[in-house]
Design a binder for this molecule. Structure first.
Ligand SMILES: [Zn+2]
Ligand SMILES: [Zn+2]
Length: 346
């Protein structure tokens, strides 16, 4: 017997190493384990998934999620090298799927292979957000009103777009409770019901940044939870009396508003194209808003007088032409009406 000849104490086969042979070592090593059952809780209304008490939104298919769940049920021996899983999912019912898993790898330089089955239980539970929405729970209200007028359709559209955009970005960022549960258009403005104070604040800030005006906050105690006082906050927005692109009459001139400041407006003077500051007290009236201007064709242009074809009557009307206006017969201009007068915009 040579010095190289050693025998496994367990099975008696010749072996190159001390102690039990590789076959006996493999046989005695549970190299992988498999949980028999995993569960997945999802919200039937919005599809969000619950993982350890935390809800997250997902747009993944159930089948791709099943693969992950099955994978999470398998645990390897730390010595296993190059583990490889092949997972087949059979849907047994709407509540149950079975994963058939083949596990392969290298253990102590020997290939190993095994199989196991995992049952996936699909459970439904209403998520935190849907729960709040269906229970009419909300933390804030953004009230959009305007000073001495009602918000214009343009403003209402901008407000709605801003609210949606902020909700979208917060939801994407994982702030699930920053939702908008209702938008009500009422006679004198818009009420936006929001799930969190954070989204309410962001909406109020953005609206006033884009449309001018200001907001005030009004907290109201609505109860107590776990020793903490719960407030509902109303963000009361007051849009300014004047809007951007309003055309105003002041000191026998017309101007289109380009900026609304607290006590004055900046206008583009339609008579000479200059930018002027006009105090609120100097404003005689709002003629209209340039967004609602009509299109009219130029019949003639003499430098100081412009003839436009009134689209309502097809009659040619003479109007004051602002200096520096560069138009010719056949061109189109935009007009607003101040009583009988046509106001040509620049
Ligand atoms: Zn052996
Ligand atoms: Zn939900």
């Amino acid at each position: 017997m040579g010095i190289q000849d050693r025998f496994c104490p367990k099975c008696g086969r010749p072996t190159k190493e001390d102690g039990v042979c590789v076959h006996c070592r493999l046989a005695g090593t549970p190299w992988f384990s498999c949980e028999p059952r995993v569960r997945c809780i999802h919200c039937p209304s919005c599809g969000a998934l619950k993982q350890v008490n935390t809800w997250t939104d997902t747009d993944r298919e159930r089948s791709s999620h099943a693969q992950d769940l099955a994978r999470s049920a398998v645990h390897f021996h730390p010595d296993l090298k190059k583990p490889y899983l092949d997972i087949k999912i059979n849907d047994l019912s709407t509540n149950r799927s079975r994963a058939i898993i083949t596990v392969e790898g290298m253990l102590y330089h020997e290939p190993v292979r095994g199989t196991c089955e995992v049952e996936i239980a699909w459970q439904k539970e209403q998520c935190d957000r849907c729960n709040r929405i269906s229970g009419n729970y909300y933390e804030g209200m953004v009230q959009v009103r305007a000073q001495e007028r009602i918000p214009s359709p343009y403003e209402v559209q901008i407000v709605a777009a801003i609210a949606c955009e902020i909700e979208e970005s917060l939801q994407t960022g994982g702030e699930r409770l920053s939702f908008i549960s209702d938008v009500n258009e009422i006679r004198d403005g818009l009420d936006i019901v929001v799930g969190s104070q954070h989204i309410g604040l962001l909406i109020a800030r953005r609206i006033t940044a884009e449309l001018g005006g200001r907001y005030t906050t009004h907290p109201k105690l609505i109860g107590e939870k776990n020793g903490r006082q719960l407030f509902r906050i109303t963000y009361s927005i007051r849009l300014p009396k004047y809007q951007k692109r309003d055309v105003i009459r002041f000191k026998k001139r017309y101007g289109e508003i380009i900026q609304v400041e607290p006590r004055h407006v900046r206008v583009l003077d339609l008579s000479d194209g200059a930018i002027r500051a006009v105090k609120e007290g100097e404003i005689e009236k709002i003629v209209g808003n340039a967004r609602n201007a009509e299109d009219a064709m130029v019949a003639f242009f003499s430098g100081t007088t412009i003839g436009v074809i009134d689209p309502a009557t097809w009659a040619t009307r003479e109007c004051m032409a602002g200096s520096g206006l560069d138009v010719r017969a056949g061109h189109h201009v935009r007009i607003l009406r101040d009583g009988d007068q046509l106001v040509v915009l620049r």
